[in-house]
Design a protein around this ligand. Structure first.
Ligand code: ZN
Ligand code: ZN
Length: 398
């Protein structure tokens, strides 16, 4: 199958750039939830051990959205490859024909996707090398709609393999991409503390209540409730846990303690690399890569005391806050421009634009953490902005 056929199929599917349209909806919904949290609850909710804690935090929210922006930039590059592999397998090995006009076939494809999503998500939690990517989504110690946008920039490395059985089943690539998008978009709304338990709904579908458990680091929460749309998979395979009547401490046992989006994506890989080098013998090295994070000899989870848990917080001065907010808005506009023009650019131009954007994301979060080098990075970035514009549009027009 020639590259141009894959390109044509891919363009047909993603020509509309659905994430571009979803971005303003996501941001508006986050703003509404934040206003709701502040107005109705004074931005406070009970915490373990008594007292209250904040529902929204400035630095955490900006950090989560910046990680989301980074993931959109990062996955733009390998997407053709991963969708292309699905397409090639589907073309060569499909055992059945699916009808794009049949609602039943679409529903079946969504259910099958959700089933494989469950196993992919479970592996993301239970294999260290995969957890290194997925941990990015779990690093926030808050739980609100902005947490949903904390998407990893590296999970694409393994994720596509879990869906290859769908290619062998003959699911057309258009159907696969659309149901994958539906599954992803569904999971946005379940990241909230504001919606209560929903009775029977919580036992059939992924919901705010059972996804709160998934993001908890309390003993009963770890490695539970993996379902994307249906939570039924967890009930069938023994990983379901109902939310208890006690405040949950969100986050992970190896806390990030940083808002840097690059470190947020790579800190656990760095830990694995250290462990891999220190491990004696190949079986220990293999274990350092593939053992479950919670069961690995070097990383026993131990007991967790929710009452003494302290979240990572930084004090951001009002002036920096205003500047970061403006830069953050520009970064969001920047990712929209990036996604819009990406396919028209040569690879080196896309790489240059991506590098410039990553510098912006790192600089704005460094400023929130009062790091001096963030200021120099920010100055350098804006000084080189005219050169970038010439490289992207000046040369292209020539
Ligand atoms: Zn997860
Ligand atoms: Zn989540």
């Amino acid at each position: 199958m020639c590259r141009c056929t894959i390109d044509a199929e891919y363009s047909k599917i993603e020509g509309m750039n659905p994430i571009l349209y979803a971005i303003p909806v996501f941001l508006l919904t986050i703003a509404i939830e934040c206003a709701w949290a502040c107005k109705l609850r004074g931005n406070q909710t009970p915490q373990a051990g008594g007292g209250t804690r904040r529902l929204y935090d400035f630095a955490d929210t900006i950090g989560s959205i910046q990680i989301g922006v980074l993931s959109r930039v990062a996955v733009a590059f390998p997407r053709l490859l991963t969708v292309g592999i699905f397409f090639l397998v589907q073309q060569q090995f499909a055992v059945a024909t699916w009808d794009l006009q049949s609602p039943l076939h679409w529903l079946a494809a969504l259910l099958i996707y959700d089933f494989f999503y469950y196993w992919k998500h479970r592996a993301n939690h239970e294999v260290r090398l995969m957890w290194a990517g997925h941990i990015t989504h779990h690093n926030s110690e808050y739980f609100n709609l902005s947490t949903a946008l904390r998407q990893s920039s590296t999970t694409f490395i393994f994720d596509w393999m879990f869906y290859l059985p769908m290619a062998v089943m003959g699911v057309p690539v258009q159907m696969f991409v659309v149901v994958a998008l539906i599954d992803l978009l569904y999971q946005f709304w379940v990241h909230t503390e504001l919606l209560p338990k929903m009775g029977w709904f919580d036992r059939i579908f992924a919901s705010p209540s059972n996804h709160r458990v998934h993001h908890g680091q309390d003993e009963y929460c770890v490695d539970k409730n993996y379902g994307g749309i249906l939570i039924v998979w967890d009930r069938v395979f023994g990983t379901f846990e109902e939310e208890r009547d006690q405040p949950i401490a969100y986050g992970v046992r190896t806390p990030l303690q940083s808002f840097n989006p690059l470190w947020g994506n790579f800190h656990y890989y760095a830990l694995i690399w250290q462990d891999f080098r220190a491990a004696r013998g190949w079986s220990a090295k293999i274990e350092a890569l593939f053992a479950p994070p919670s069961g690995w000899q070097g990383e026993k989870l131990g007991s967790f005391d929710a009452a003494s848990f302290k979240r990572h917080e930084v004090l951001v001065s009002p002036g920096i806050r205003r500047y970061v907010l403006v830069q953050h808005a520009l970064n969001v506009v920047g990712v929209c421009v990036f996604l819009f023009f990406f396919k028209q650019w040569a690879p080196w131009q896309g790489g240059l634009a991506a590098a410039w954007m990553v510098c912006g994301l790192v600089a704005t979060t460094a400023l929130m953490e009062a790091r001096r080098w963030g200021l120099w990075l920010e100055v350098g970035r804006w000084l080189t902005a005219p050169l970038l514009a010439i490289a992207l549009w000046g040369l292209g027009a020539a």
